[in-house]
Design a binder for this molecule. Structure first.
Ligand SMILES: Cc1cc2nc3c(=O)[nH]c(=O)nc-3n(C[C@H](O)[C@H](O)[C@H](O)COP(=O)(O)OP(=O)(O)OC[C@H]3O[C@@H](n4cnc5c(N)ncnc54)[C@H](O)[C@@H]3O)c2cc1C
Length: 269
C-alpha cells in the first residue's frame, strides 16, 4: 500500500517545527527516523496531512550531561547512543536488542519513546531508571516522569502541538546494578517479553515489557532469595497478559517468571 497524500515540511530549527505543529494540531506528525512512522503511513494506520521532519535541527543533535542525567535530544539516533563510551550500563545491555544496526542508524531514542510500543526496549529502560520526558510546544515546556508518560498501547501523554524535545536518563550510581534480557522470535524483532532489573542496596526494581500496554514496574524493598519465585508469580498474575498471534497469555506469564528470575539473579550475584 501507499501512504495517503501528505505535505512535508523540513524544519531547520525548533521554532519552525513547533510553529508548524501548533498550526496543524492533530493533523500533523513529527517525522524522526521514520522507522515506525514509515510503516504506519504505508499501512494507512496514520494519515497525517503534514509531516514535520525534525532530523535537520542541529540544536537537537547532541547528547549532553546535565544535573546527574544524560540528556538525549530528539534527533539522537539509537546507534549514536549505543556508540558512546560512557553509555549507561543498562542501555549498553538493552540497546543491542532494539532492531538492527540499520534501523538503529536512523531510528531515534525519542522516536521510540514517542511511539510507545509495549514491546520496545527503550520505554522499558526509561521507566526502570525513573527517567523523564522533556516536552515542548510553541508556548510551553513541561517535564513528565516516564512512569506517567506512557498511557496505553502506542498512547502517550503528548498533546496536539507538542513534541518531545529530549529524554533525561539519570546517570548510573556506583552501587546500582542492572540487567536486561528478552525473548523475541528472531534477534532484532520486537520482544514477546522483555525484562529489566535494577538493584540498589536491598531495593530491587523490575520492569516488564510486552505483556501490559505500558511498561509494568514492580519494586521490592527487600526480597529474600527464597521468596523470588512467589514474588515473580504474583507479578505474573497481576499483569494483563493476553493471547495474540505471537504468544498465549500463559506463555507470556511463563516467560516473565523465567526471564525475571534470570535478571534478578544477575543483579544479585
Ligand atoms: C525491521 C524493524 C525492526 C525493529 N525492531 C525494533 C525492536 O526490536 N525494538 C524497538 O523498540 N523498536 C524496533 N523498531 C522500531 C524502530 O526502532 C524505531 O526507531 C522507533 O520505534 C521509532 O523511532 P523513529 O525515530 O524511527 O521514529 P518515527 O518512526 O519517525 O516516529 C514514530 C512515532 O513517534 C513520533 N515521534 C517521533 N519523534 C518524536 C518527537 N521527538 N516528538 C513527538 N513525537 C515524535 C512520530 O510522530 C511517530 O508517531 C524496528 C523497526 C524496524 C523497521
Amino acid at each position: 500500500m501507499k501512504p495517503a497524500p501528505f505535505d512535508y515540511l523540513r524544519a531547520d530549527d525548533i521554532s519552525a517545527a513547533l510553529s508548524a505543529l501548533h498550526d496543524a494540531g492533530e493533523d500533523a506528525r513529527v517525522l524522526a527516523g521514520g522507522q515506525s512512522l514509515g510503516a504506519m503511513l504505508n499501512m494507512r494506520l496514520a494519515k497525517p496531512s503534514l509531516l514535520i521532519d525534525i532530523m535537520h535541527i542541529e540544536a537537537l543533535g547532541a547528547i549532553r550531561e546535565e544535573k546527574a542525567a544524560l540528556v538525549i535530544p530528539a534527533c539522537v539516533t539509537q546507534e549514536a547512543l549505543l556508540r558512546r563510551s560512557d553509555l549507561h550500563p543498562l542501555l549498553a545491555k538493552a540497546l543491542p536488542w532494539t532492531g538492527h544496526v540499520q534501523t538503529r542508524a536512523r531510528g531515534t531514542v525519542c522516536g521510540s519513546i514517542a511511539h510507545a510500543d509495549p514491546s520496545a526496549e527503550l520505554p522499558l529502560c526509561l521507566a526502570l531508571l525513573g527517567g523523564e520526558v522533556s516536552i515542548r510546544s510553541r508556548r510551553k515546556r513541561r517535564t513528565v516522569q516516564a512512569a506517567d508518560f506512557f498511557r496505553g498501547m502506542m498512547l502517550t501523554d503528548l498533546r496536539p502541538g507538542e513534541m518531545i524535545e529530549a529524554v533525561r536518563i539519570p546517570l548510573a550510581r556506583k552501587n546500582q546494578r542492572f540487567a536486561f534480557t528478552e525473548i523475541g522470535r528472531r534477534h532484532g524483532d520486537f520482544a514477546i517479553v522483555a525484562v529489566a532489573a535494577m538493584r540498589e542496596g536491598d531495593t530491587l526494581r523490575l520492569t516488564v515489557g510486552g505483556v501490559n500496554d505500558t511498561p509494568a514496574i514492580r519494586e521490592w524493598a527487600t526480597l529474600d532469595t527464597a521468596d523470588i519465585p512467589d514474588a515473580l508469580n504474583d507479578l505474573a498474575w497481576s499483569l494483563d497478559a493476553r493471547d495474540d498471534l505471537h504468544a498465549t497469555a500463559r506463555y507470556r506469564r511463563d516467560l516473565m517468571r523465567n526471564l525475571g528470575r534470570i535478571v534478578i539473579e544477575e543483579v544479585s550475584s
